[in-house]
Design a protein around this ligand. Structure first.
Ligand code: SGN
Ligand code: CA
Length: 516
């Protein structure tokens, strides 16, 4: 009896050490996601505005996805799609405000945790309910979980704490600390989620004033008149001209004005999170801008152009710390010898308008914000410097990571693993999908973007605006990549239009979309 017990426990010990060995061989994962970081500003995506050497490194040593699309271009919903591998109407999180994410449902971090991974979620979570499936979590708190740029507040495993410093650096410090203290017998899966470069674009101290003397090239459609487009385009509230606020967005306020306690607006709150030293540097960097604004008394197009430049200066300066910190995290992984054992994913919750169509923000199914950056580095499978045109979506991330780690993909996930694309140097597999689906629900709401759904194929985009409007748009993307000319009513597109409508309806049926 005793003997057999001993034998059993010996067998168990060696079994469990076998299991540990197997787990150890599984890849680690660092899922890097920023907020509103768009491909137009990444050199690896052909951007020329600034250099992004650390993102470029991931692209040069991994694969760049040129046709990766968000399924609902807004933060919480995009995050919910990523976690579940399911569209908004199935995971239940359709907009940033109506509900809290139902965290009891299946998510990919839970599956990794169940498979023996050590899991962590650090930074912007923005799903209101508490994270589940993580051994450690420290998520941004305050301002409806948008968090703060300076001295940010975190909810750390249920406890609210305020950290000293700049948010992008702190999220990285916390990630590195987690990696240092981790259980080294297990592989890790870390979600590293930056707030930057979300509105109101407050750069790190070291990047303040960095672009004060730079004039950025304007997009050709900065003064779009929305001719041929639906009312949705002209009735939005996200224009550089009308929506950007002088204080919050453009930082037009002197120290004296900021000390006026009769106006404790959002910018007052954000500004006074800085230390006195930080405020000194801040004021110095913005003094010239404030003076120019007040002296020149600009109007009309001159004022829009000026606002565009200030917006770009702040947005781009805020992205600099993102790139720095990506570099710092890659270097840390390299130093501990884990870089090549780790699947590195870089993405953003959606893209963003940088003056195209006269806008900032996102939400619309137009290219600048529908397209997500997606870079994946894992040299054991991926050829460095490769790229792909395969049509992919954020619902594909969960099945892809499970597949890459050799874990089972649940049959109810709606996304598809892109592992065949990764293995095949970017070549599109024979049975790959020919279109991606999109649906946006947050209307009525901030920025007034009407509800819409549609499909994008490699060559065309079909959009239907619905709810309190019933208008369609069709774009011939090869001829019109900036989506300026809606050809929905053009008789020469009749056949294409009908085929696309058919495909759209079939897709909605397949995905069990109810709100159409
Ligand atoms: C805030 C911003 C909006 C932005 C949403 C959603 N307003 O409400 O401009 O669209 O977040 O962004 S602000 O006055 O607070 O800056 S999301 O990326 O989190 O979905
Ligand atoms: Ca976002």
């Amino acid at each position: 009896m005793r003997k057999s017990l001993v034998l059993t426990s010996v067998a168990l010990v060696s079994l469990s050490s076998c299991h540990q060995q197997a787990l150890k061989k599984q890849p680690n994962i660092i899922f890097m996601m920023t907020d509103d970081h768009t491909t137009q500003v990444m050199t690896c995506y052909g951007g020329t505005l600034i250099q992004t050497p650390n993102l470029d490194r991931i692209a040069n040593e991994g694969m760049r996805f040129d046709n990766c699309y968000v399924t609902n271009a807004i933060s919480g919903p995009s995050r919910a799609c990523i976690l579940t591998g399911k569209f908004s109407h199935v995971n239940g999180y359709k907009d940033n405000f109506s509900t809290a994410f139902d965290g009891d449902q299946q998510t990919f971090p839970k599956l990794f945790q169940q498979a023996g991974y050590q899991t962590a979620m650090i930074g912007k979570w923005h799903l209101i309910s508490q994270p589940q499936g993580f051994d450690y979590w420290s998520i941004l708190s305050g301002d409806h979980e948008q968090g703060h740029y300076y001295q940010p507040e975190f909810n750390e495993n249920g406890k609210i704490i305020t950290e000293q410093g700049y948010v992008t650096d702190i999220v990285t410090d916390k990630t590195i600390r987690f990696l240092k203290n981790r259980d080294k017998s297990k592989p890790f899966m870390v979600m590293y989620h930056q707030k930057a470069p979300h509105r109101n674009w407050m750069p790190a101290q070291r990047h303040l004033g960095k672009f004060n003397d730079v004039i950025f090239k304007e997009p050709a459609n900065l003064f779009d008149d929305y001719e041929t487009r639906s009312r949705a385009a002209s009735e939005q509230d996200m224009s550089i001209e009308k929506t950007l606020k002088d204080r919050w967005d453009l930082k037009i306020a002197t120290r004296e004005e900021m000390n006026d306690t009769t106006n404790k607006d959002k910018f007052y709150q954000a500004y006074h999170r800085m230390t006195d030293e930080e405020k000194d540097r801040w004021d110095q960097a913005y003094a010239g801008r404030i003076r120019e604004f007040r002296e020149k008394k600009m109007e009309g197009k001159e004022l829009v152009r000026w606002k565009y430049q200030q917006y770009m200066r702040d947005y781009l300066a805020t992205t600099l710390a993102v790139d720095d910190n990506v570099g710092r995290l890659l270097k840390y992984l390299e130093d501990i010898g884990e870089l090549d054992n780790t699947i590195i994913v870089y993405t953003s919750d959606q893209g963003f308008f940088l003056g195209e169509h006269g806008w900032f923000d996102k939400r619309f199914m137009y290219e600048e914000c529908q397209r997500m950056p997606l870079l994946i580095r894992y040299p054991k499978v991926i050829r460095g410097g490769s790229s792909t045109n395969a049509m992919t979506m954020n619902v594909d991330f969960a099945p892809t990571l499970l597949d890459m780690a050799g874990l089972k993909i649940p049959t109810d996930m709606q996304g598809k693993s892109v592992l065949p694309v990764l293995k095949n140097k970017g070549k599109i597999p024979d049975n790959w999908r020919n279109s991606v689906y999109y649906q946006y629900y947050e209307y009525p709401g901030e920025h007034h973007v009407k509800r819409h759904y549609g499909i994008r194929t490699p060559d065309y985009k079909l959009i239907h605006f619905y709810n309190d409007i019933d208008e369609w748009e069709l774009y011939d993307l090869k001829k019109d990549p900036f989506e300026m000319n809606n050809v929905y009513h053009d008789p020469s597109y009749k056949n294409i239009k009908n085929e696309l409508i058919e495909e759209l309806r079939a897709t909605q049926k397949e995905l069990k979309v109810e709100e159409i």
